[in-house]
Design a protein around this ligand. Sequence first.
Ligand code: BG6
Length: 296
Amino acid sequence: EHCKGVNGLDKVILREIRGCSAEVYLYGGQVTSWKNEHGEELLFLSSKTTFKPPKAIRGGIPICFPQFGNNGSLEQHGFARNRFWSVDLDPPPFPSNTSHRAFVDLILRPSEEDVKIWPHRYECRLRVALGPGGDLMLTSRIRNTNTDGKSFTFTFAYHTYFFVTDISEVRVEGLETLDYLDNLKSKERFTEQGDAITFESEVDKVYLSTPTKIAILDHERKRTFVLRKDGLPDAVVWNPWDKKAKAMPDFGDDEYKHMLCVEAACVEKPITLKPGEEWRGRQELSAVPSSYCSGQ
Ligand code: BG6
């Protein structure tokens, strides 16, 4: 279903028979809503976001491409999140366990202006699919379509903002004992100690070469998000906490309590594609009552 969203921006709504739904804005190729069968919102979207290009939408699942973060010559997190994507009506076949689901295929190709900023041609595809159980699958395919024989190199992330009831009651499992880079400490390399990760202050870490499954436990709501990823070895964990929240104009002062970014990413080892080569990456999200997966 195609319709107009905030400020007349185009969006696509996906619905699944049991009542789950998702919304995808063509601006940014960005998922902004994912609801379970009870109509509960599972993603965080800031009440202060403007939906006004060229500012990226604050919340949902921004796509960071061709650069994650600020380590490179491009703007922070690249430009895919503030470009207008198109619906791809004739996508090449995707690996087909998504064939019976509600889905939409989007594509981003560079404009002549974009080529001046990043001198490469590419097709950046995104399939957003809602599974029968309400799981949300994002599959990306990026192809080098340069005709000048040049390779290109990029980093990437699905910058997912999970909605949580109370950040101080949240636990992340699957990242214990891993090496990480800490963006708050000039990107030094550390090793995580001990138990599941909990939150009591600002966090901005890139966990390296993580397992493919990460769980985010919302203790208050007795809900567990399970993130599964493929082709995206790293995982970024970010919460701005109070001070940084206040400094962000498109983010409410107290909203940090109700969000956590856990981002399937490829940051440490950038991907290089020769002309004609294609990269694929995928993340699958599900939200289940906590007792299902942790025995609580
Ligand atoms: C995270 C980064 O992924 O995104 C943080 O690790 C950054 O350093 C955050 O602050 C938000 O970025 P932005 O550009 O959307 O404000």
